[in-house]
Design a binder for this molecule. Structure first.
Ligand SMILES: Cc1cc2nc3c(=O)[nH]c(=O)nc-3n(C[C@H](O)[C@H](O)[C@H](O)COP(=O)(O)OP(=O)(O)OC[C@H]3O[C@@H](n4cnc5c(N)ncnc54)[C@H](O)[C@@H]3O)c2cc1C
Length: 282
């Protein structure tokens, strides 16, 4: 994008930029978009009912998450004040504990970043299982950039990312797994895409989460199947998906997918017999 010389006044330049930026997104921001500032952040915190969190946080359509991440990322709210607020208001039951646990994960990624610095953008450990793809970085495929893979669970998640600058945690996990394990793309290209669009885009949380999915910062790769998508989207995505009746790449058992994607059985992938891949990240 170039600032043309004919836009001489500040107002003209702003109008030009607004116009140019509008074309980068697929739609206008909706009422659910994140408003800036401390007042909006506190209002969102006060609206948030943490008592539903443990049961609903993984559900991508029936959401029980706080959507506070942009405010946390940019220092508008601190982790400590959020923790104190939810404990004072709701007590210390299991749902509050789960929520505080997630705040702690953010803190942990920050501590790793403080220790490793820019090395978080390189592979921290070798991947634990065979990977598809060349391992070479390149431009992401057009269907990813335009949210047109034909898979509704992926495309809807990408559209929200491009439109709102947000993607639900479970959808981030699905997409990060899809891009790396099914499409064989380099995780750094996916991390860069997220970082460009997420309002909460954070070097530590982003790169380390991508590495957690890819097994370069965890003991095994994260992957999922159609049953997981059905369960955590209430069937909404699959009902709307043209590939639901044939051609869905996620429609298989975990064992079959482990063999297809990583060349090992599910037990070998888990490193112990009989343990199921966890539906939830933690
Ligand atoms: C591939 C991938 C990339 C990610 N990139 C980012 C990123 O760039 N920036 C970012 O802030 N988070 C990132 N996350 C973590 C998580 O998805 C977001 O923090 C969460 O979705 C934000 O939504 P929320 O505020 O509604 O979360 P809530 O569930 O309401 O959680 C409250 C807060 O806890 C923290 N938190 C929640 N889940 C996680 C998690 N899994 N890891 C670390 N902290 C967590 C966040 O600060 C979040 O705002 C990423 C996760 C994945 C799988």
């Amino acid at each position: 994008m170039q600032l043309e010389t004919q836009h001489t006044t500040r107002a003209e330049r702003i109008a030009y930029l607004a116009d140019a930026l509008r074309g980068l997104y697929q739609g206008e921001p909706t009422a659910a978009s994140t408003a800036g500032g401390r007042t909006a952040a506190l209002a969102r915190l006060q609206e948030f009912d943490v008592q539903r969190y443990a049961d609903t946080r993984n559900h991508t359509t029936r959401r029980g998450v706080s959507a506070l991440s942009p405010y946390i990322r940019h220092g508008v709210l601190t982790l400590a004040e959020i923790r104190d607020y939810v404990i004072t208001r709701f007590g210390t039951g299991p749902s509050v504990a789960k929520y505080v646990n997630e705040l702690a994960w953010r803190h942990f990624w920050q501590l790793v970043y403080a220790e490793l610095g820019e090395k978080v953008h390189q592979e921290i450990e070798p991947p634990k299982f065979r990977r598809k793809g060349t391992g070479k970085r390149r431009f992401l495929p057009e269907d990813i950039l335009t949210a047109n893979t034909g898979l509704v669970c992926i495309d809807e998640s990408l559209r929200e990312l491009y439109r709102e600058g947000y993607m639900h945690n479970h959808a981030r996990m699905w997409f990060a797994a899809y891009l790396q394990h099914w499409r064989g793309e380099d995780w750094r290209d996916g991390a860069e895409l997220f970082y460009q669009h997420l309002l909460d885009g954070d070097p530590a949380s982003n790169s380390l989460s991508w590495q957690w999915v890819g097994s370069t910062f965890s003991h095994k790769p994260y992957y999922f199947n159609r049953q997981n998508v059905e369960k955590f989207s209430g069937g909404d995505y699959c009902r709307a998906c043209p590939l639901a009746t044939g051609g869905c790449p996620f429609d298989a058992t975990y064992d079959d997918l482990a063999r297809e994607l990583f060349g090992v059985s599910q037990d070998e992938l888990n490193g112990e017999r009989g343990r199921q891949p966890r539906d939830r990240r933690r």
